[in-house]
Design a protein around this ligand. Structure first.
Ligand SMILES: [Zn+2]
Length: 179
């Protein structure tokens, strides 16, 4: 007799929690919940048809390419492909000067080989889609290649993040005004 009622209470409780989590209002971390945002082109002047997928192409050390390389002259503007919170502004061995932004999904967007960062860009800052993050360069392991943005997309599951191919996401992007 009591068990169905208890189940109903649990279902109601879980439902309320889900509604709260899925609503887009509230504190910033709640904005991480929900479907990933459609992407705009992160490199100024590039078009969807310029994007060539090199997903899982062999790389040094037995690695596979986990991202897309967007070639553009050094100094070309790099803009946030999706909104989110700045997670990292710094260096890493492969990526050189990098920016990571945590957005809805939750999804981590990784911008690498930058020549420099946008002035004042700081961890924890909220950036909207299209915000200036830095400029194209060839830092990190791109030292010997033409300048390009390495753009990575990592989706969080229940326990860990999985890299997904950004190329189809960029090709399917909605048209960003002025870009
Ligand atoms: Zn790359």
């Amino acid at each position: 007799m009591r068990r169905p009622r208890r189940v109903a209470h649990w279902a109601l409780g879980i439902g309320v929690v889900l509604v709260v989590l899925l609503s887009r209002r509230g504190p910033a971390w709640l904005r991480l919940v929900g479907a990933p945002e459609p992407l705009s082109m992160p490199v100024a002047g590039l078009r969807a048809r310029d994007v060539v997928s090199t997903w899982h192409a062999p790389r040094s050390g037995g690695r596979r390419h986990q991202g897309v390389d967007l070639f553009a002259p050094s100094g070309t503007e790099v803009r946030a492909a999706a909104s989110g919170t700045v997670w990292k502004v710094g260096h890493d061995a492969l990526g050189g000067q990098v920016v990571s932004v945590l957005g809805r999904g939750p999804t981590l967007y990784y911008y690498a080989h930058l020549d420099d960062w946008a002035e004042g860009l700081a961890v924890g800052q909220r950036v909207e889609r299209g915000a200036l993050l830095g400029h194209v360069g060839n830092t990190g392991n791109a030292r010997t290649t033409p300048p390009h943005l390495h753009f990575g997309v990592y989706r969080w599951g229940w326990a860990w993040a999985t890299a997904v191919d950004p190329a189809p996401l960029l090709k399917a992007r909605r048209t960003a005004p002025g870009r």
